[in-house]
Design a protein around this ligand. Sequence first.
Ligand code: ATP
Ligand code: MG
Length: 566
Amino acid sequence: MTTNVAATAGSDFIREIITNDLKAGKNGGRVVTRFPPEPNGYLHIGHAKSICLNFGVAREFGGVCHLRFDDTNPAKEDVEYVDAIMEFVHWLGFDWGDKLFYASDYFAKLHDFAVELIKRGKAYVCSLTPDEMRAYRGTLTEPGKDSPYRSRSVEENLQLFAEMRAGKHEEGTHVLRAKIDMASPNLNLRDPAIYRIKKAEHHRTGDTWCIYPMYDFAHALSDMIEGITHSLCTLEFEDHRPLYDWCLETLETPCHPQQIEFARLNLSYTVMSKRKLLELVEGGYVSGWDDPRMPTLAGLRRRGVTPEAIRDFCQRIGMAKRDSLVDMGMLEYSVRDDLNHRAARVMAVLRPLKLVIENYPEGQVEEMDAVNNPEDPSMGSRKVPFARELYIEQDDFREDPPKKFFRLSPGREVRLRYGYLVTCTGVVKNEKGEVVELRCTYDPATRGGNTPDGRKVKATIHWVSAAHARPAEVRLYDRLFNHENPGLEKDGKDYKTHLNPSSLETLPQCWVEPSLAGAAAGSRLQFERLGYFCVDPLSTADKLVFNRTVTLKDTWTKLEQRGEVD
Ligand code: ATP
Ligand code: MG
């Protein structure tokens, strides 16, 4: 991605802050950001917002952006996730160069900072049970109470903390707490835990540690250790900022990154919490992290969405200081806009109805010229075989057409795109009375769909040659949830009750034009009149499989306005 510095710098409140910091000569003119995922799930479109912001800002201001795995919770983390996160940051078009870090690399340093806090009388080992600790914490309206262990001496604290580290105590028996203020109106400052005992293998440090730092403490100090200048995070951390600052001020660290909060991306008709996404995967509600209905980058990629479309979307939604719900239609807009330029047009029939042209010579095949992308002449054209027996879409025929239906019906003439004008002369029905075949005649003077006599036909429909088309399976995706904000779980309703039962429709017997015979996995196409599709990774030459990325909608409206379709 090439980003125009002049056009974007200062274009939102974060870039404005950074511009002003640079003007004021803060941080020696450096801009260092970081993207700090916890490796406990796959990246989703919300993470993309944070990635585009952090890497984007670094790029625009000539700074650097670190990729730091926030791997301080050994229980839920996995190397599978670490690898996938790196893959998808790259896929989105960003690079951390040699700035790859793990919070777990700082465990020794973080431990030493904790010891330093104890020595300064700013941390103590608390031996209340988790329940007692909760009771002592108070509420939003009532102040908390000091723990009876708050007055332990520095020596005793050092001794106990060393024992915790040596594995002499069981989980939950002691925690190290920052000594701040049990009466603070901000609950995060009521002597928060900064280290806890956890006897779990860590995916990188193995069993070296049995105590692990808590997020706020580890995060502030990791930022500081790396010399981060602007620590950009989502709004729910606003109330944590005083604790972030407290850690750095109390330890009198050589640098003090500035935490700035922005609104998290919430997208309609989906959920973004990793816990819920994991549950959807593990419960078999979707086929995996890369199910094309998932809001994960893996799912979006498999669905045919490009990194360019995602970056465009992230830029369009901008940076806000208030949380909101972004319409899924915004993402679809960016996806359509991007695919409109890059996707070659082809013809495919999803629900086939045979059409036989009775006056077309048996055995004759004509290669018709078809434009690959009217938006981009440089994409050239291709040949599409035309023959006596074709498939058209069932939808494009009505035996008894309603008033505004201008497509095929008995006695009516339509244009076959890039083919000829045909008139329906009869139908063949099965024993149930369903139309299974159309009989037509064609006008040989209308090759290419032209009408030399200037006569008008109201509809143009797509088709494939029955003898030449390739069979394909096509998967149509719809929204995963049928509720705008399923994650709210209002009225105690589990978000899963809002799963859309028809979010996946598999059409096993479709036909695509022969030019798609060897289409590579990941190829993106527009099936004329139907939408944007991509070749699924599991597609083979014997069995082509396509995923619908998005419907056409607006593009189709344009064609309608030009009178090319009904
Ligand atoms: P969850 O709460 O579901 O576990 P998380 O925010 O803890 O998600 P992390 O892996 O810690 O997930 O996130 C890494 C970074 O991505 C953080 O800086 C976080 O603020 C940011 N991020 C996560 N979700 C969103 C979102 N929906 N919109 C914008 N940024 C996000
Ligand atoms: Mg997190």
